[in-house]
Design a protein around this ligand. Structure first.
Ligand code: C5P
Length: 423
């Protein structure tokens, strides 16, 4: 039996387990978005990671070494440390060997150009060349700077080196009052990507795989304001999409209505918003031919109101009993249409015994595997940041996934699917 802990607290413990004592080196470039990197450093430390920070000369115009030293609980390095030996060895060599993952944020146009051509003229760029760990690049700059041919050329070129992982800048109002691309990715997106890189050591083992994921709940409207729905938030599907993307897959996410902040975590994922089960069915059928793996994580309604009124029904006109019709069983239909080389994975949210009904569903719907997860547990289910599951495959094997963050569970599920799809 797991002890009862409120879900937020549990989520914190679990992410902390993923990051506990992991060694993260953060290089900060000279841009106003440097202030956001303070949040990244602070969160990493709170979750148990060991963090070291290098500030470029220009970064120190925006934030101070003292800020980062305080947040990282360790002296922050600057150019003046470059020539000071650490334990008798050059600092860039020590730091390069120490790091398990390196984040460079904000990546300025200047730093990008240096990395693209392998220049090393300061502590940060020398440390990059003295390390072999995966590097996550998060650029941020003025829109005109970002859109320069030279910058775009370097951005494409640097990504041809497999050790560099990228987080495209977002769109929005920039500190220079421009509206356009150039915003640093938000801290939660940076943190999720770093966590994935630590889990996989930067492997792109799903490179070239096309993964279709459904997420969130559907809504079956009775009139423009009332619907039959469920509390699914889409967090598990979003975690699957992030994990797959970070491992190199081409990801399509068909999703029901969900918090915009969750969807902002998914730059690089093709997003197809839908509302009803019928719309989800169509979107999944459209995307099916080009998918290698189909992960049906959505909580699709089982029934819809038999009739829809385009006008809001007055309270007095609401029927005492609502006539219902079955919603399309999307996963069953996908199963009947899929090619033998495609892998279809269902999800079964259950109360009580989670394994028996999931196994029965896997057989009835001819799925390749099913993820059975309890929804009557404080550490899993709708809206929680954590989950636990039993993964059952069509060969009769069973793998237990202990309570963990949804991102950690997503990686474990991808590991399982990878293993069965190689048989
Ligand atoms: O709701 P149930 O537990 O039967 O869902 C099992 C699987 O079937 C899930 O993967 C879910 O996304 C899928 N499903 C579906 N269409 C429905 C209901 C469920 O594709 N109408």
């Amino acid at each position: 039996m797991l002890p009862f802990v409120p879900s937020l607290c549990w989520s914190f413990i679990q992410s902390a387990i993923m990051l506990h004592r992991r060694r993260v080196l953060v290089g900060i470039g000279g841009g106003i978005a440097a202030y956001k990197v303070c949040t990244v450093v602070s969160t990493l430390v709170k979750q148990g990671a060991e963090v070291r920070v290098i500030l470029t000369e220009a970064a120190q115009q925006f934030i101070t070494p003292l800020t980062l030293a305080t947040l990282s609980r360790h002296a922050a390095y600057t150019e003046s440390d470059f020539w000071q030996p650490s334990h008798g060895r050059p600092l860039h060599i020590e730091l390069g060997e120490w790091a398990e993952v390196l984040l460079i944020a904000p990546l300025t146009a200047n730093l990008l150009a240096k990395l693209t051509y392998g220049l090393a003229d300061d502590l940060l760029t020398n440390t990059v060349l003295a390390s072999i760990c995966p590097v996550l690049l998060a650029p941020a700059m003025n829109t005109d700077m970002w859109q320069q041919q030279a910058v775009q050329r370097n951005w494409q070129l640097v990504q041809t080196d497999p050790r560099y992982h990228s987080l495209d800048p977002g769109n929005g109002i920039l500190a220079c009052d421009r509206v356009g691309p150039g915003r640093l990715a938000e801290p939660p997106e940076i943190l999720a990507h770093l966590t994935s890189l630590l889990h996989t050591s930067g492997k792109r083992d799903l490179g070239g795989k096309r993964i279709l994921i459904s997420a969130g709940g559907t809504r079956e409207y009775l009139d423009p304001v009332r619907f039959i729905g469920n509390p699914a938030t889409g967090k598990m599907g979003v975690a699957l999409a992030q994990a797959a993307l970070h491992r190199g897959a081409v990801v399509t996410l068909v999703h029901g209505p969900m918090e915009p902040s969750l969807l902002e975590l998914l730059s690089g994922v093709k997003q197809v918003p839908i509302v009803s089960a019928l719309e989800m069915r169509q979107a999944m059928l459209d995307a099916l031919p080009t998918a290698d793996w189909i992960l049906m994580a959505a909580a699709v309604a089982d029934v819809s109101p038999a009739e829809y009124s385009p006008e809001k029904l007055p309270k007095q006109s609401l029927p005492a009993q609502l006539p219902l019709v079955p919603a399309p069983d999307i996963v069953a239909e996908l199963s009947s249409l899929k090619r033998p080389d495609q892998w279809l994975i269902g999800f079964a949210a259950q109360t009580g015994d989670i394994v028996t009904p999931a196994w029965e569903k896997l057989q009835r719907k001819h799925l390749d595997a099913i993820v059975a997860n309890p929804i009557d547990h404080p550490t899993s289910g709708f809206g929680s940041d954590t989950n636990q599951a039993v993964f059952l495959d069509r060969f009769g094997r069973k793998a237990v996934i202990e309570p963990c963050s949804k991102l950690a569970m997503a990686h474990q599920l991808l590991d399982q699917i990878s293993a069965i799809s190689q048989e």
